[in-house]
Design a protein. Structure first.
Length: 116
């Protein structure tokens, strides 16, 4: 992402812009942090896919989600091999991908699946 590309994106009529943060090891956060102030889209129109249950711990998945939220980028959890994923990963996906719940419950640790 460059300043010129950000400028061009801002001139376009874009309803939604998607990115991905699949690999925890890459310095993706620093790249998001650098370009985020340059993009004129609010968090409802800026989304980042977060691959979970693949080469990461639950804590690393949460860290990525919280960092994206802090930057005003809406995270969307994608589970690798959902059939073998732990229950807490599936709950993380439900909390994060349901926009009403995600905005109402600030942190995953406070999420009660029975209340929604």
């Amino acid at each position: 992402m460059t300043d010129k590309k950000c400028d061009q994106l801002n001139r376009m009529n874009i309803s939604m812009l998607h990115f991905a943060w699949d690999n925890y090891e890459f310095d993706t956060y620093e790249k998001f942090k650098r370009f985020r102030p340059l993009i004129d889209l609010d968090e409802r129109r800026l989304c980042a896919y977060v691959l979970t249950n693949f080469n990461t711990t639950h804590e690393q998945d949460l860290e990525r989600i919280y960092k994206l939220k802090e930057l005003g980028i809406t995270p969307y959890v994608m589970i690798f091999s959902k059939q073998t994923a732990p229950q807490k990963t599936r709950l993380l996906q439900r909390w994060c991908n349901n926009r009403f719940i995600f905005r109402a419950v600030e942190r995953f640790e406070d999420y009660d699946r029975k209340k929604g």
